[in-house]
Design a protein around this ligand. Structure first.
Ligand code: AMP
Length: 214
């Protein structure tokens, strides 16, 4: 099964991807997590990506397309994968289309999660992540078992720099300009399913599950 979780920053893609991964035993491919790992490891890719990410801008298409292309052919992705945060431009969607055709695979679902902007800002304010695990939590909506600690690794949870209000506003603008057209691209191909992203993590996951069985 190949699933794209699409939507603006803060809509809950990472949280829903985690649930979907655990539930369906799929590989969770977050380009944001991969880029942050490259930044932390100080690789050439990380050096190119860092300042763009800090500013809330997109990393060049060729870079993200090549990391996804290498990743989806690895053995752990053979049973299927969830793309979280990719594609973010029409050029990336076209790149994905080509790479899937080359390995004779097809997209099963493109879910566009939708929430209003007020809700996004509120969710981001309480958002915390485990830097090593990539797990996402929220102080109110999705708290860890022990306050401030990751359930999986026990590491201290942090707030990402690009979740701070200024950068967040810029990221929403970048989304409107460069990423929103991707939804129209999939819609024109009859691939897009819109899913209401308001409500609790469980409610949204229930809607996603229902959309997969319909
Ligand atoms: P995310 O964790 O998905 O919110 O991504 C964090 C940051 O990584 C974004 O603001 C971009 O700078 C970069 N990034 C992640 N995915 C992509 C992508 N598909 N294309 C370009 N830049 C990306």
């Amino acid at each position: 099964m190949i699933v794209i979780l699409f939507g603006p920053p803060g809509v809950g893609k990472g949280t829903q991807a985690q649930k979907l991964k655990d539930d369906k035993n799929l590989c969770h491919l977050s380009t944001g997590d991969m880029l942050r790992a490259a930044v932390a490891a100080g690789t050439e890719l990380g050096k190119q990506a860092k300042s763009l990410m800090d500013a809330g801008d997109l990393v060049p298409d060729e870079l993200v397309i090549s990391i996804i292309k290498e990743r989806i052919i690895e053995p752990d992705c053979a049973g299927g994968f969830i793309l979280d945060g990719f594609p973010r431009t029409v050029a990336q969607a076209e790149g994905l289309d080509k790479m899937l055709k080359a390995v004779d695979k097809q997209l099963d679902f493109v879910f566009a999660l939708e929430v209003d902007e007020e809700e996004i800002i509120d969710r981001r304010a309480g958002r915390m992540v485990g830097a090593k695990s990539g797990r996402v939590y929220h102080a109110v909506h999705n708290p860890p078992k022990v306050a401030g600690k990751c359930d999986e690794t026990g590491e201290d949870l942090i707030q990402r720099d690009d979740d701070k209000a200024e950068v967040m506003r810029h990221r929403l603008k970048v989304y409107q300009e460069q990423t929103a057209p991707v939804a129209a691209w999939y819609e024109a191909r009859g691939k897009l399913t819109r899913v209401d992203g308001m409500g609790s993590v469980e409610e949204v996951y229930g809607r996603l599950s229902a959309a997969m069985t319909n």
